[in-house]
Ligand binder design. Structure first.
Ligand code: PLP
Length: 434
């Protein structure tokens, strides 16, 4: 190569921002994610485009965040408008959107009051603190135990991690918050055995998202509600992944009779911006007084305006109905694939939170789907998870099913997946060995 060529090559190298971004991430970022080398540079609706202009149908939505896909014109308008006004004012003052958003969330959830924060894990922390302080204010200082479910995922901060089940997430960071015990999902007898008047909270996901899209039975919910009422504990519904419309209802628990005492939301709430919220019945919310809990960033004007717009779009575009219809279409298509491929064990879920449970490892299929332009992921090594946007079209669902059909057909069959003697058993063995 002559000198001119070398200079041109060096220039191109320097000028490729995607390659530079990947290089810098590898060199300077902490090693917390196993990332694909793809760089996404823009999106429109249900599609994302990478650095080379290749188009992908996004059925992961930034892990249940982009519920309206990318660049919804109404969200773009609100973001432009508010960012030119004020993005942050602190919680020492009011702004135009926090009160109205709290009102709207109370209306759709059946809760009375709202606290705003920035993420799912922070909302869980707020809910656990609220349950503890409410017990204390009622004179039950000893009521501190917390029940959570096997296969649960509630976040990465210490409190949320303490109620998160997989040993691999918790063990490296122990000691965690004491007093947590896990109950097998849908095992009413175990729930009854572990519940008593030392419990201040039980934390539940009515559809376990990270855990592998496992739905809760109505018997389990009803008994948890009864026991929480009987022992004066808080029933906390974690709706961070399954809530705000994803099941075709505003809240997953609306499938059951009886409300939680506290519910938490985050992921899709502010149309892609970080916003979480703790929603509670007055009988619990009243335990909080100024200074007991707070957040610098929680519920700023930009995020709250975006959340109000997100909730209005769901209503105006009749998206809960679309979630139900497209969800039924997707699950029917996946069941047809299940009849064709014997390594599909089960199709689970409701609305647009769907899991395809495989008897083999899921990752090769996820990678093959990505190379064919479909973004999905895999939880617990063997459950393919699909979280399409609420405004996904019939044609796009068909497109995803077509890609999956090809991928299931053409990918070299991975080795059978053997769960670690059921995760429940390994965690029990670990607990017993301590
Ligand atoms: N709870 C559930 C059910 C979740 O799915 C998640 C994240 O995946 C969290 C809590 C934690 O949320 P975040 O990652 O915003 O802290």
């Amino acid at each position: 190569m002559n000198a001119k060529g070398k200079i041109a090559r060096a220039k191109t190298k320097r000028l490729d921002p995607a390659a530079a971004a990947v290089r810098d991430a590898g060199r300077y970022m902490m090693n917390t994610y196993r990332r694909s080398p793809l760089v996404f540079v823009r999106g429109k609706g249900s599609y994302l485009f990478d650095q080379n202009g290749k188009k992908y149908l996004d059925f992961l939505g930034g892990i249940a965040v982009n519920a309206l896909g990318q660049a919804h014109p109404r969200l773009v308008r609100v973001m432009r408008r508010e960012s030119a006004r004020t993005v942050h004012v602190s919680n020492l003052f009011h702004h135009l959107y926090q009160g109205p958003l709290a009102k709207r969330l109370a209306e759709i959830s059946g809760m009375d009051r709202v606290f705003f924060c920035n993420s799912g894990t922070e909302a869980i922390e707020g809910a656990l603190k609220l349950a503890r302080v409410a017990a204390r204010k009622r004179g039950h200082n000893e009521r501190t135990r917390i029940l959570a479910l096997e296969r649960s995922f509630h976040g990465r901060t210490f409190g949320a991690l303490s109620v998160t089940y997989p040993v691999k997430y918790r063990e490296p960071f122990e000691p965690l918050v004491p007093g947590v015990e896990f109950v097998r999902m849908n095992d009413v007898a175990e729930l009854e055995a572990k519940f008593d008047d030392s419990v201040c909270a039980i934390v539940l996901e009515v559809i376990q998202g990270e855990g592998g899209i496992y739905p809760m039975s109505s018997q389990f919910w009803t008994r948890a509600r009864e026991l929480a009422t009987h022992y004066g504990a808080a029933l906390i519904a974690d709706e961070i992944q399954c809530g705000l419309g994803r099941t075709g209802r505003y809240f997953g628990y609306q499938r059951f009779v009886g409300l939680p005492d506290i519910t938490v939301v985050a992921k899709p709430l502010a149309g892609g911006l970080p916003l979480g919220a703790v929603l509670a019945q007055e009988s619990f919310a009243e335990a909080l007084t100024p200074g007991l809990h707070g957040s610098t960033f929680g519920g700023g004007p930009l995020t709250c305006a975006m959340a109000l717009e997100f909730l209005s779009i769901i209503k105006d575009e009749n998206l809960l109905e679309n979630v139900r219809e497209r969800g039924a279409q997707l699950r029917a298509g996946l069941l047809r694939l299940g009849a064709q491929f014997d390594f599909i064990r089960e199709v689970r879920g409701e609305g647009l939170i769907v899991g395809v449970d495989l008897t083999v490892e899921g990752r090769p299929y996820v990678e093959a789907a990505l190379s064919r332009g479909l973004i999905i992921n895999c939880t617990h090594d063997h459950v393919i998870r699909l979280l399409p946007p609420f405004n996904v079209t019939k044609k796009q669902v068909d497109e995803s099913l077509g890609i999956l059909q090809t991928v299931l057909q053409e990918t070299k069959r991975p080795i059978p997946f053997h769960p670690p003697a059921s995760e429940g058993d390994s965690a029990r063995a670990l607990a017993a060995s301590r």
